[in-house]
Ligand binder design. Structure first.
Ligand code: NAI
Ligand code: MG
Length: 327
């Protein structure tokens, strides 16, 4: 039995988590679910956005399914990724049949370093009106994420890994990251390697996304580039992610708590459902994962979607349709 810790969190996190669990419960899986709390509402009530017992439960789990947090996201999910040493954040951006998007046939995987960079939160106020932040990039973490990206490329039979950085300006930190990626690439002659400056890389992503296959980058650039890529393939409602470590894993949509639509029952559950299918693949249930993906694709192709994808169904109704399409 695998213990899955479920953290719905704030806003639409709760709404989309409910959908993902309904889909998972359509199958006979050896999972037990333990609910835990975190986020803005928890902080308001208890003073802690990520309570100790939630953290403990996550440390003793096979995987964490996470919905979304609100303003406390840094205290909750950024901390959780670090506490569980999930060093790799995998964010696929793939066009879905039936979804209006800028281009067809885009299929990119972003591999984002998850444990260091500016998101360590080493920020200081020097004196009134002057602030600073420290960006930490290490050879060890860069090598680990670079290897992970190439291993993923080999496993998924992908042709190229592209590193994104800004080594012309951040000579030490990005310079180290770029050099380590170049060095690691030598061990994978089957996979093409190239690197771009992050700014030019963003332009290429919008104008010519097909030149990318696997992207490897540092924490903050990875955060930004994954939302950009989600925008290219049809929006945050469809963007899932996995955080993978040597011992732990967390699966969560790329989106946040979406206060502008929270409580209206119209959040697109797809990103959360696809995060759950990433969990299924991680545990080796490939056929079930593909079955869910096909049902979702059929639902979207039939126009049975939430308003963000042009339909007029609620979160619950779209979930009903996906479940119907599972057979
Ligand atoms: P957001 O991802 O919550 O929303 C951005 C836009 O996308 C909004 O217009 C929203 O309505 C739309 N959207 C997002 N997910 C959607 C879905 N499933 N279906 C339909 N539309 C969807 O990002 P935003 O607005 O920048 O942040 C809102 C709150 O979420 C903030 O408090 C922020 O700190 C938090 N946040 C939490 C994250 C996490 O827990 N992993 C990640 C990003 C933001
Ligand atoms: Mg983000």
């Amino acid at each position: 039995m695998k213990k899955i810790v479920v953290i719905p969190g704030d806003g639409i996190g709760k709404e989309v988590m409910n959908s993902a669990l309904r889909i998972l419960e359509s199958f006979d899986l050896p999972f037990s679910y333990e609910f835990a709390e975190a986020g803005d509402e928890t902080k308001e009530r208890t003073g802690h956005a990520l309570p100790e017992d939630t953290l403990e439960a996550c440390k003793n789990s096979s995987a964490v399914l996470f919905g979304a947090a609100g303003e406390s996201a840094a205290e909750v999910i950024v901390r959780l990724r670090r506490e569980l040493s999930t060093f790799a954040n995998i964010r696929p951006a793939k066009t879905f049949k039936g979804v209006k998007s800028l281009y067809d046939d885009v299929d990119i995987v972003i591999v984002r370093e998850n444990t260091e960079c500016l998101y360590l939160g080493l920020e200081f106020e020097i004196n009134s009106g002057v602030t600073e932040a420290i960006r930490v990039i290490t050879e060890k973490a860069s090598e680990k994420i670079a290897k992970f990206a190439f291993e993923l490329a080999m496993r998924e039979k992908r042709r190229r890994v592209t590193a994104l950085h800004k080594a012309n300006v951040m000579k030490k930190t990005c310079g180290l990251f770029r050099d380590v990626c170049r060095r690691v690439s030598k061990n994978y002659p089957e996979i093409e390697f190239n690197d771009y400056y992050i700014d030019a890389g963003c332009m290429y992503l919008v104008l010519d996304p097909w030149r990318f296959d696997v992207i490897v980058t540092t924490n903050m650039f990875g955060d930004i580039v994954s939302d950009l890529s989600a925008g290219i393939v049809g929006g945050l409602g469809l963007a899932p992610s996995a955080n993978i470590g040597d011992e732990h894993s967390i699966f969560e949509p790329v989106h946040g708590s979406a206060p502008d639509i929270a409580g209206k029952g119209i959040a697109n559950p797809s990103a959360m459902i696809l995060s759950a299918t990433m969990m299924l693949k991680h545990f080796g249930y490939l056929n079930i994962a593909l079955k869910i993906e096909r049902a979702l694709e059929k639902t979207i192709t039939n126009g049975k979607t939430t308003p963000d994808l042009g339909g007029n169904l609620s979160t619950e109704e779209m979930t009903d349709e996906i479940i119907k399409n599972l057979d």
